[in-house]
Design a protein around this ligand. Structure first.
Ligand code: ZN
Length: 72
């Protein structure tokens, strides 16, 4: 079954794709925890792997990312 992602802002179909980090894992950190690079490494956040599946809306130029469940 093909899943179609619809833009939550514009209601159009979004393009599926991948965001690629090159060497480092990517992590989303809330603003209040974002205090310099060294601290970022230790702060809690939402970890991604080296690549993130995402959908891109060409109308709004936004990317929507699905966050996986908290297993790691
Ligand atoms: Zn959109």
């Amino acid at each position: 079954m093909e899943s179609v992602n619809i833009c939550p802002y514009f209601g159009t179909r979004m393009k599926l794709g991948v965001i690629h980090g090159d060497r480092y894992r990517l992590k989303w950190i809330p603003n209040q925890e974002n205090r310099g690079l060294m601290l970022q490494w230790f702060s809690k956040g939402i970890k991604f792997g080296h690549s993130i599946e995402s959908s891109y809306c060409e109308e709004c130029r936004k990317i929507v990312i699905d966050v996986e469940s908290k297993s790691n």
